[in-house]
Design a protein around this ligand. Structure first.
Ligand code: PLP
Length: 443
């Protein structure tokens, strides 16, 4: 039988959110964090007060991805009927190749729809290591590979298992939006490494060496880079690998755009097999095979790192989608003709976009060597027409010119906007025409 509620002070309880439990021994039968009544073991009813703090500190250390925020704002305008030219999305405009889609359909038809082992079935890991070995001369075994729900997943987990509170992680600027937040979420300290626009934002071994301190735990390298399309030269890459390996610093190598290199041959630090101990290669199928929505990525690293990535993933997503694993095998082990076709078209679009953007009076732009973005400097317009920042300019371009771009602040620079060019040439013509007209009106 329930006793009437005892409102005496001694019977009021508060939930201790740090400890994750009620402060005194006489705990309720069911522990709850919401306001309400709880029945205690001794039969009395007590009032549960709200926890002092709802959200953990770590969620306050990160922000919503700026590219997602821009996409959401654009979607709102589109819903109101606006005809936007979208240079915001970081994804290919191609459809996923048919042989990859067929493999996924066949997997469903064959009822390949159950859990698999956490790091992915042996065949998908075999396809990953063989593709990488064939293209770059790396040497990883099946227990040195894990298949993940997109590369961002692999990166997030790699930072979680390697970076502790207070560890420094070197991050070259401009950086892809998520790197900073992912490091901060793990409690790491971001050490920003400025690069020079006059040198096409190129990352050099000499600059990296200067940024290293006794607290450096890891260095993030993204080549070709998002947003500037800069590529680390093969010589600098080798020197950076040496620097890191000698000091026991981990290199997190984001190879999302490794196949989209328009000037030189794609290279991977994974080919420096002597330094394998201190490298985590992070790969994505999103851009290479036009598979952004499938969420397919991977990590290649020494066995102990992969075992820990797998341990974390086992408590998180478990295996990446079984059907996507089959699609990934078709992508990685099948014909690479689609990759070559995509690259050729992206290169043509890069040249087309670069010519149009640099023809706008007041806009300058370095030539991106890879990826699929241009990163023009719009500093000449800041201070004109009440525009105080790149973010304000991007907002005005969206609302007044109906062109979607991402402001440079999201990537760590104040005078740029990122323009994504996997669109049609007609869209490039129309979008840059609108930009030129709007910017020309600013005084
Ligand atoms: C540099 C970089 N790394 C990683 C990713 C994430 O790739 P995925 O779609 O495989 O998670 C992106 C996506 O835009 C990216 O630009």
């Amino acid at each position: 039988m329930l006793q009437s509620e005892n409102k005496s002070k001694s019977n009021r309880r508060s939930f201790d959110s740090d400890e994750g439990r009620f402060a005194q021994d006489d705990r309720p039968v069911r522990v709850a964090v919401s306001l309400g009544r709880e029945i205690c073991k001794n039969g009395s009813i007590m009032t549960v007060t709200a926890p002092a703090k709802v959200f953990a500190d770590r969620i306050g250390r990160i922000e919503v991805s700026a590219t997602m925020a821009v996409a959401a704002e654009a979607a709102k305008l589109r819903a109101q009927g606006a005809n936007l030219v979208d240079f915001g999305a970081g994804e290919p405009h191609f459809h996923t190749p048919q042989h990859i889609k067929d493999a996924a359909i066949a997997a469903i038809e064959a009822n390949f729809t159950r859990y698999t082992v956490v790091p992915g079935i042996p065949d998908v890991r075999k396809a990953i290591v063989e593709r990488h070995a064939c293209d770059f001369g790396s040497d990883y075994g099946l227990d040195e590979a894990i298949f993940t729900t997109g590369e961002k997943h692999a990166l997030f987990n790699a930072v979680q298992i390697l970076v502790d509170h207070g560890d420094e992680v070197i991050l070259p600027v401009p950086y892809w939006v998520s790197f900073k937040d992912i490091i901060q979420y793990a409690g790491g300290t971001v050490v920003l490494l400025e690069t020079s626009e006059a040198e096409s934002f190129r990352i050099t071994a000499a600059a990296i060496e200067k940024a290293i301190t006794p607290k450096t735990k890891a260095i993030i390298l993204n080549s070709p880079s998002n947003p500037a399309g800069s590529v680390v030269s093969p010589e600098d890459l080798e020197r950076i690998v040496h620097l890191a390996h000698e000091r026991g610093i981990y290199l997190l190598l984001d190879e999302c755009y490794v196949y989209l290199n328009y000037e030189g041959k794609p290279v991977s630090a994974g080919s420096f097999t002597w330094a394998k101990e201190h490298m985590v290669v992070l790969g994505s199928l999103s851009k290479t095979y036009a598979m952004t929505g499938w969420r397919a990525g991977f990590a290649l690293a020494p066995k102990a790192i992969i075992a820990n990535l797998s341990k974390l993933q086992s408590q998180q997503t478990s295996n990446a989608t079984s059907i996507v694993q089959k699609a990934a095998i078709a992508a990685l082990a099948g014909s690479q003709e689609c990759v070559n076709e995509f690259r050729a078209e992206f290169k043509e679009l890069r040249d087309y976009m670069l010519a149009k953007v640099t023809a706008i009076p007041g806009v300058t732009c370095t030539k991106p060597e890879g990826a699929f973005y241009v990163y023009p400097n719009i500093g000449a317009f800041i201070g004109k027409g009440g525009v105080k920042s790149a973010t304000e300019l991007a907002t005005k371009l969206l609302h007044e010119a109906h062109v979607v771009v991402v402001p440079g602040e999201a990537f760590g620079t104040a005078e740029h906007i990122r323009i994504s060019y996997p669109v049609t040439k007609q869209n490039i013509d129309e979008g840059t025409r609108r930009m030129a007209e709007y910017l020309g009106r600013l005084e």
